[in-house]
Design a protein around this ligand. Structure first.
Ligand code: NAP
Length: 357
């Protein structure tokens, strides 16, 4: 199979670095173009980046020049975007209007009508919204969710499908890498918990309802009607968001039935998507797991790791969810969306088929 050329916008950031790590030996995709801010433009990537991952920076990326973040004749047709939301609001439309597929991590367009917000195991069908987008030259935007919504919704999807969800109470303990680099000042986070992450609680609620909902014939989101509240906290953990979840179901369920639901949930099994984990919701039976340091890399960092299922005296059941925020919560999520689009034969925009996607 001929590899697809990929560009990365925001290549020097925390998520951009994960993209390069995950794409270094990818069988379908080949990174040919990197861009970041004007501060970095023109420099070799290895000079501009503060490489923060424990794996070494691949040699061939170190020497690649950072291009200006402007679409031109050298820009690949497929762009993985890892930009802050305010910058994404300005730049993602420029690339979509230049006929690029923008596979975005930011919140800028997630809640727009006709913008798919997708987790392949959860709502693959939402990709049909793209048909209703009106960027020039066949360009389009597909998004993945916020890093705390994604692990949660993977664990919720099989429960919603089997029992229905009436209400949900979630408290997050989110890693500092979720705030990008340099993120939260060490004097603010060391030995501390910060009980505020701007807009995060609102995003979790809105995105959960969109992800678990449907799509109208006009390509608009039909959010799931569920009662949900979220408390979001920043904690002194490097990578991996942990969430305490209490849930009320519409139909009664036993612990065995819930565990069976998670075990059986393998919607991408046999599809051959390189980044899809074997077991998207992995349940750990030990009484004190999951823990971020020990369990965040399960499924190559792509699993939602669940544990501590027990009765809840307020709602029906409670459990703990852990997911890797820069892999399943960001770069890995976008990569899996792109793999799914590629398998469906519609990743690279078809300029000729404009308006008839
Ligand atoms: P980050 O570490 O702050 O990186 C931001 C990137 O954007 C850098 O490459 C930066 O380049 C580039 N940039 C800044 N200003 C720019 C401009 N004017 N034009 C072009 N590029 C510009 O942020 P991050 O953590 O990687 O997050 C990126 C996006 O992903 C955000 O929207 C975030 O909310 C989302 N996200 C992050 C996580 C996570 O766990 N970190 C999870 C899910 C989603 P320079 O190096 O040149 O400044």
């Amino acid at each position: 199979m001929q590899q697809v050329d990929i560009g990365i916008l925001g290549a020097t950031g925390m998520v951009g670095q994960r993209f390069l790590e995950l794409l270094a030996n990818h069988p379908w995709f080949n990174v040919t173009w990197l861009a970041a801010s004007d501060r970095s433009s023109g420099k070799p990537y290895g000079e501009a980046v503060r490489w923060k991952l424990s794996t070494p920076l691949p040699e061939r990326y170190a020497a690649m020049p950072l291009s200006p973040a402007v679409p031109d004749e050298h820009t690949p047709r497929v762009i993985f975007a890892a930009l802050d939301t305010d910058i994404a609001l300005e730049l993602e439309p420029r690339f979509a209007n230049a006929g690029c597929a923008v596979i975005s991590n930011s919140a800028a367009f997630r809640m727009e009508a006709h913008t798919p917000l997708v987790i392949p195991e959860v709502n693959e069908g939402h990709l049909s919204m793209v048909r209703h987008q009106s960027w020039a030259d066949g360009g389009y935007v597909v998004t993945n969710p916020n890093c705390s919504a994604i692990g949660l919704v993977l664990a919720l999807k099989p429960l919603e499908a089997t029992f229905g969800i009436e209400s949900l109470f979630v408290t997050t303990m989110q890693a500092i890498s979720g705030a990008g680099y340099p993120g939260v000042a060490s004097l603010d986070i060391l030995g501390n918990v910060v009980p505020f992450i701007r807009n995060e609680e609102e995003k979790m609620v809105a995105e959960t309802a969109k992800l678990l909902g449907g799509v109208s014939d006009a390509g608009e989101s039909l959010p799931l009607a569920l009662r949900m509240t979220a408390h979001c906290n920043r904690v002194a953990v490097e990578d991996g968001h942990t969430e305490s979840v209490s849930i009320k179901l519409r139909k009664p369920a036993t612990a065995e039935q819930i565990l069976e639901c998670w075990q059986q949930f393998r919607p991408l099994s046999g599809r051959g998507l390189p980044s899809a984990p074997e077991q998207p919701v992995e349940y750990l039976h030990a009484e004190d797991r999951p823990q971020p340091r020990l369990d965040r890399m399960r499924g190559g960092g792509m699993a939602s790791v669940v544990g501590r299922l027990r009765p809840c005296t307020l709602l029906d059941w409670k459990f703990t969810v852990l997911s890797h925020n820069t892999i399943r919560g960001a770069a890995g999520a976008a990569l899996l969306n792109a793999e799914l689009l590629h398998q469906q034969g519609r990743l690279v925009p078809d300029r000729a088929a404009r308006g008839a996607r």
